[in-house]
Design a protein around this ligand. Structure first.
Ligand code: ZN
Length: 137
């Protein structure tokens, strides 16, 4: 069995709040969001980091990340969006399956620590809003 958490989400062996999915890419809510709507964009194929992933895959991921960022501004009224990507333990990569974070930011709202696990009601609401925005371009 593949122990990778993201591979398990891709295979639907592990639950996640899925925002977007196609043949190559899946995007779902971060389990410990910095802000409501914090989304991870992940290739379905397992690559450990940005160096292992082919350029075409990375291009696809960033295109989807951009769409999600737009959706966060449109539906979650984000004032800005941070897109980031960690490689290696020193850079605080925790899941060793390459992914981009797409995080909505707001004026006057500070990140709270410790990060709390996602609340189900919030997650369902946010997923529905983002999916709708993505479907409507
Ligand atoms: Zn994986």
């Amino acid at each position: 069995m593949n122990a990778c958490t993201f591979c398990q989400i891709v295979k639907k062996m592990k639950e996640a709040y899925i925002v977007y999915e196609d043949d190559e890419v899946i995007a779902f809510l971060d389990k410990y969001p910095l802000f409501k709507g914090h989304t991870l964009v992940v290739p379905k194929e397992h690559y450990e980091n940005i160096f292992e992933a082919p350029d075409e895959v990375l291009c696809k991921l960033i295109k989807i990340a951009k769409k999600i960022a737009k959706a966060q501004i449109k539906t979650l009224n984000a004032d800005g969006v941070r897109i980031l990507q960690n490689n290696g333990r020193a850079a605080k990569q925790i899941i060793f399956h390459v992914h981009f974070h797409v995080i909505p930011f707001y004026y006057g709202l500070e990140i709270k620590y410790p990060r709390l696990e996602i609340n189900k009601d919030d997650a369902v609401e946010v997923v529905n809003l983002l999916r709708e925005a993505l479907e409507n371009g």
